[in-house]
Design a protein around this ligand. Structure first.
Ligand code: TMP
Length: 402
């Protein structure tokens, strides 16, 4: 049975940063969640057409953060060591390889590889690094073409991609035929356990059609002949999970899977009521954030945003926060700078101006990179600036300068 959980109201595209002239024709859809009591899957009720999100204007470049660069370097090392090393015909395929941040580490080792990336602008950046990429959406029919031209794969992997793909059955079928008999499907995605524990509702936006849990991945992929044999929690994106799947009967199930299932049952991820409770927590978070910003405004403080993340689009639009409460958002991504935030139209400025503009308070939208950012922006704290966080709770953070 599928039941609606909550609605966040009308939402623009999370990465739909736009020019003033585009305000009138901005695209909106209703961002709402539903729960499937059979598979335990949380998904969006409505998702915009993928070509609206992943196209030649896609504004998300994986390679912008040092933390993520290191994360992907270690990921490539793990995949190489565990599944590719010492195989003369080793072949790895990555879905949604973005700018090649992970795949470049595989290519540098001289391993046969292929990236599948529908967003042409980021695919071109990967190609310039010497990575073999095709610009397309992965599907069962594309998998058959890849198999014909390149042969079967040892590893089919994806990071922050699987939760973007509505038609999971086509991907799962494609993965099954593309993988060798002992091949593995590995993907990592923002984790429902963390979303519930931290009330990180900003993980919910157009591109994340699913927020997976171990229970839901196990149930969904079992329908296509896959066994979930291992899971590894990750710190990235504010809490993610890496899922390892094999064809049925090929590998033993690791203790990590049962341990995580026990954790999920204790958290209630299998129950509709848990998500209703989450929806109440989202409403409280909204009220607290808006109240805090209104009070700071009343006190004449200069409040800005830091990092125009995709996640910030949900927060700003759900809470109805515009440039009256947050003057502007500083961001390192050149194609976002000079544009306006989706929906609420807050100006995006180059992060280089952050210190010169001397804000009193900065809302940290990239809260998942807080360690790196607090360190980078020591001067902001030193002169009395303060960070505002909204995950796991709304509050002003006392950080020390070290
Ligand atoms: P995300 O990986 O959490 O989605 O965040 C990516 C966005 O955050 C991207 O637009 C770059 C921006 N950002 C900064 O502006 N400064 C930073 O220090 C970091 C880590 C990210």
């Amino acid at each position: 049975m599928i039941q609606q959980v909550m609605s966040f109201g009308k939402m623009p595209l999370a990465n739909g940063f736009l020019e003033k002239e585009e305000f009138l024709n901005e695209y909106f859809f209703e961002l709402a969640l539903q729960f499937d009591s059979e598979s335990k899957l949380i998904s969006l009720v409505e998702q915009p057409n993928p070509s609206k999100m992943f196209n030649e204007k896609y504004a998300f470049f994986s390679g912008t953060s040092k933390l993520m660069q290191e994360h992907f370097r270690l990921m490539a090392e793990d995949y190489f060591k565990d599944f590719l090393f010492n195989k003369s015909d080793a072949f790895l395929v990555e879905l949604g390889c973005n700018d090649g941040i992970m795949l470049q580490n595989i290519a540098n080792r001289g391993v046969k590889h292929l990236g599948v990336e529908p967003s042409l602008n980021v695919a071109n950046v990967a190609k310039k690094k010497g990575i073999n990429v095709i610009s397309n959406f992965f599907s069962n029919s594309l998998a058959l073409e890849i198999k014909k031209h390149y042969g079967q794969a040892d590893v089919l992997c994806a990071a922050n991609v699987m939760c973007h793909i509505k038609d999971l059955s086509s991907v799962a079928q494609g993965a099954f035929s593309l993988l060798k008999e002992d091949g593995v499907l590995i993907f990592e995605e923002p984790y429902m356990g963390d979303v519930i524990n931290k009330t990180s509702y900003d993980q919910i936006y157009d591109e994340h059609v699913y927020i997976f849990s171990v229970l839901s991945v196990m149930n969904l992929f079992a329908r296509f002949g896959f066994t979930l044999f291992h899971v590894e929690p990750q710190e990235t994106h504010g809490g993610s999970m890496r899922y390892y799947l094999c064809k049925n009967g090929v590998k033993n199930i690791n203790e990590s899977v049962n341990r995580q299932i026990d954790f999920e049952l204790a958290l209630g991820l299998d129950k509709y009521e848990t998500y209703l409770d989450f929806s109440e927590k989202c409403k409280n978070s909204k009220l607290n954030l808006v109240e805090l910003l209104k009070n700071l405004k009343k006190d004449g403080k200069k409040v800005v945003g830091y990092a125009a993340t995709s996640k910030s689009t949900t927060v700003l639009n759900y809470c109805g926060i515009g440039s009256d409460l947050i003057e502007c958002i500083y961001d390192t991504t050149p194609i976002k700078q000079g544009k306006y935030s989706p929906g609420m139209h807050i100006p995006i400025k180059p992060y280089i101006d952050f210190e010169n503009d001397r804000p009193d308070y900065a809302v940290l939208f990239a809260w998942n990179h807080s360690k790196e950012i607090f360190h980078k922006e020591k001067d902001f704290i030193a002169r009395g600036g303060k960070w505002i966080l909204f995950v796991p709770e709304v509050g002003i953070i006392e950080t020390k300068v070290s």
